[in-house]
Design a protein around this ligand. Structure first.
Ligand SMILES: Nc1nc2c(c(=O)[nH]1)N[C@H]1C(S)=C(S)[C@@H](COP(=O)(O)O)O[C@H]1N2
Ligand SMILES: [Mo]
Length: 225
């Protein structure tokens, strides 16, 4: 039995396409043996995974004895604060696990942090109605800026521990910021001061061609021109 089209053509006559596709079916061509929807993408575009933890900074690794530790929140807040070490470690503590994405293209999964969430810090100081952004200031002279909503992200914290041990000096101890949803240059090491400001303005890398926000999923690596 043959099915003919209304104008009498025979669709079962072999063509290049039907010959190839029939062969592909016989060969089971293109099957990967890995059915199912792919897992949600975890590595942002242009990144590669590392298992060590690279050290990146300006070449100055300040030593901050715990007796001299101070963390201030100033600027557009109702109740400015300055904590010493016992004051800071007496604040509510939170454990969070997150991935690191550095703009130099390395990413590192599953970092376990402990510290004080930025939300808890903001609740204590009370940003005023004018507050829009924060400028982070570190002991090595580094600065970096964040819109207030990014700083207040529920995964963001001022961390003193990594994988259950105190944060090493090379990685920013006694405390550093961790904002996992942005490139890691926003996560200031050796944090000294958080200034809440009424308008976003550029920090160290942001004045040197890097993006004001730095979302790794949008590849916000460099300044928009
Ligand atoms: N104080 C300070 N914080 C900093 C930096 C710095 O030079 N000084 N470098 C930033 C950059 S570019 C990156 S990628 C990360 C590196 O952190 P790590 O050395 O713990 O990997 O720290 C960020 N925070
Ligand atoms: Mo970086």
């Amino acid at each position: 039995m043959r099915d003919l089209t209304p104008d009498g053509a025979d669709p079962s006559a072999p063509t290049k396409l039907t010959t190839s596709k029939t062969r592909w079916a016989q060969e089971r061509r293109f099957l990967t043996g890995q059915p199912g929807r792919p897992a949600a993408q975890r590595l942002p575009p242009g990144q590669h995974l590392v298992t060590d933890w690279p050290v990146l900074d300006l070449g100055i690794q300040p030593e901050i004895p715990l007796e001299a530790f101070r963390l201030d929140i100033t600027g557009a807040v109702e109740r400015p604060q300055s904590w010493d070490w016992s004051g800071f470690t007496g604040l509510p503590q939170t454990r969070l696990v997150s991935d690191i994405h550095c703009v130099t293209t390395w990413s590192r999964y599953d970092n376990a942090w402990e510290g004080v969430t930025t939300r808890d810090l903001l609740d204590l100081v009370g940003p005023t109605a004018e507050a829009r952004a924060v400028m982070l200031r570190s002991h090595d002279g580094y600065t970096t800026n964040l819109p207030l909503e990014d700083f207040a992200d529920p995964q963001a914290l001022v961390a003193h521990s990594w994988q259950g041990a105190p944060l090493s000096r090379a990685h920013g101890g006694p405390v550093r910021l961790i904002v996992p949803h942005l490139y890691f240059w926003k996560s200031a090491k050796w944090l000294r001061k958080i200034e809440v400001i009424p308008a976003d303005k550029p920090g160290f890398w942001e004045r040197r061609g890097y993006h004001m926000r730095g979302d790794p999923w949008a590849e916000e690596r460099y300044a928009e021109d």
